[in-house]
Write a protein that binds this ligand. Structure first.
Ligand code: ADE
Ligand code: ZN
Length: 328
């Protein structure tokens, strides 16, 4: 049985990280940019480990030079997501890769993404919202610039603020100014933590950044008291098992902590992170979880409901997506 056709909600998808390698290779050719070193012999992305993954990712981003590229990228990504039954998706978008933090340029990139999202909603029935994301290893000052972009463009499309990048750079509190700015503007908050960092990194992220969701959060499993705290608080984990397995952030599928976290009462959700990098899709994630843990339709309905309840969207959008989930 394949879960391809089941309607799905995805909360953790990096827009640039969802770019198919052939799409990036095509842009590189058009623009005469030599990034041949980031591809393997089959044309896929090639990386050794997480650090190398980040540098391959940033090299791929050098081809995304203007709003038109982001229009095309958003279209391609939403077509792929919709083909896997995704009816609501949230994507991380970074001003650092869209005009370098200049608010006027950022507005133009955003308008292009939003146009593609509106067309996909009309034609494919998939709803997209954007979470402005700072890059941790670019430092706290650039995070403030990203937060300013988020605050200035908060609206129907941009609904959240978050942080990705190299988790072991600095401490969460170094970034509290930008998260405070975003919170005061009414943006919803999420932050990658506990993908590489231990329970202390997750605890500090919750305490110092006041997030409602954690990207990954899998290393919480190493501290039962933290697991209980997360379960009690209702904080939601955006778990990306296929990403964790490929990047070696967890063991293999059988050792992945998502089941233990869920069984302990943590609100877990399922996402793909950067699907072409990890050779995954939402269908593959659901199929692998079904195969590994015996999860069935009822489990996946419950996981979708958890994700929708935690989505950074208004109630009207939530109700509209809920009707799509209930229709099956
Ligand atoms: N940016 C894209 N994918 C990421 C990941 N898995 N962790 C941190 N930053 C990222
Ligand atoms: Zn991520």
């Amino acid at each position: 049985m394949s879960y391809q056709s089941m309607p799905k909600v995805e909360l953790h998808l990096h827009l640039e990280g969802a770019a198919p390698p052939a799409f990036i290779a095509g842009l590189a050719k058009e623009k005469n940019i030599d990034i041949s070193g980031i591809f393997d012999e089959t044309g896929g992305y090639a990386f050794r480990d997480f650090e190398h993954f980040l540098s391959v990712y940033e090299a791929a981003c050098t081809t995304l030079t203007g709003p038109e590229e982001f229009y095309r990228l958003t279209k391609a990504v939403l077509e792929e997501s919709a083909s896997h039954g995704v009816v609501y998706s949230e994507t991380f978008v970074s001003p650092d890769f869209c005009g370098g933090g200049d608010v006027a340029a950022w507005r133009e990139y955003l308008a292009a993404m939003e146009m593609a999202a509106d067309e996909a909603e009309r034609d494919l029935g998939i709803t997209l919202r954007g979470v402005v994301t700072c890059i941790r290893h670019f430092g706290p000052e650039q995070a403030k610039t990203a937060a300013k972009c988020a605050v200035e463009t908060k609206g129907k499309f941009i609904t959240g603020y978050g942080m990705a990048g190299a988790e072991m750079v600095g401490r969460p509190g170094d970034y509290s100014y930008s998260f405070d700015m975003a919170r005061e503007a009414g943006l919803h908050l999420t932050c990658h933590a506990g993908e590489w960092g231990g329970p202390d990194m997750i605890a500090d992220t919750i305490r110092d950044l006041g997030v409602a969701r954690i990207g990954h959060g899998i290393n919480a499993i190493k501290d039962p008291a933290l697991v209980a705290q997360i379960a009690d608080s209702g904080i939601v984990l955006e778990v990306c098992p296929g990403s964790n397995v490929v990047l070696n952030a967890s063991g293999g599928w059988a050792d992945h902590p998502i089941k233990k976290l869920r069984d302990a009462g943590v609100n877990v959700t399922i996402s793909t992170d950067d699907p072409p990098f990890f050779h995954t899709t939402m269908t593959a994630e659901f199929n692998n979880l079904a195969e590994t843990f015996g999860w069935d339709d009822d489990d996946f309905r419950a996981l979708n409901a958890t994700a929708l309840a935690a989505a950074f969207c208004d109630d009207e959008t939530r109700a509209k997506v809920a009707r799509k989930l209930e229709a099956t």
